[in-house]
Design a protein. Structure first.
Length: 232
């Protein structure tokens, strides 16, 4: 009976000792985790993978590449963004997730100046681009619907936002049609050209006999004045 009591007491003592060891270990672990060093998250945007990994290693942090994306401003292999903003404090051994640039979607911009707007847009689409903005202006030198400028130009910094400036044709000036009747054929043609008009003459006479539209009628740049001539 005494032997059994001694065994029970001995077992209880061992159990107590085991519980104390577990509690001490748990306490030590808790204290260790509680007093882990906290560090500032560094700014990684624009850094290469190697540079970012170095910065994080110095602070006891880890780098995790979450994905890749096209970016016309950040070179390929450099970081576009990070999941935790720079400056906040976190505990060591945390992982900072980042997205890495694949570079621009296109490597060059096609020249589209002088092309029709439809063809220019088609050329851009072939290169994975589209015109983000189309500005129309009057031009005396480019026919209506022609591209007179693009931004950026070929050779400039690549961007996915393309602006096209397209001709709306000559600026239309409205005024009263002059009287061509009685004028020499050549003089009438020269006057029409100066006014931005087209002279339509169907015969070989030297003197303008009649005209359409009539003198004093409202006309605009680009209109045609039909002249009938007579005599030699």
């Amino acid at each position: 009976m005494q032997k059994n009591a001694g065994s029970i007491a001995k077992f209880s003592l061992y159990s107590l000792a085991f519980v104390l060891v577990v509690l001490l270990f748990a306490y030590a672990t808790f204290k260790l985790l509680s007093f882990s060093r906290t560090v500032d998250v560094p700014e990684l945007s624009g850094k290469s993978i190697v540079e970012a990994n170095e910065l994080l290693s110095q602070k006891g942090l880890n780098l995790k590449v979450e994905g890749e994306d096209y970016d016309s401003d950040v070179p390929a292999g450099h970081i576009i963004r990070q999941d935790l903003p720079s400056g906040i404090r976190i505990k060591e051994q945390r992982s900072i997730r980042v997205f890495v640039s694949k570079g621009p979607r296109v490597q060059s911009l096609p020249p589209v100046v002088g092309e029709s707007l439809d063809k220019a847009e088609s050329l851009l689409l072939q290169n994975g681009l589209k015109a983000a903005k189309v500005i129309r202006v009057h031009s005396n030198s480019a026919e209506k619907g022609r591209v007179i400028a693009q931004k950026p130009m070929p050779g400039e910094k690549i961007t996915e936002r393309i602006t096209l400036i397209v001709s709306s044709g000559r600026y239309e000036t409205i005024y009263y049609c002059p009287d061509f009747q009685g004028m020499i054929r050549q003089e009438a043609v020269q006057l029409a050209e100066k006014l931005g008009l087209k002279a339509g003459i169907t015969d070989m006479g030297e003197i303008v006999k009649s005209q359409k539209p009539r003198p004093g009628s409202q006309i605009k740049t680009g209109d045609t004045v039909y002249l009938q001539t007579e005599g030699k």
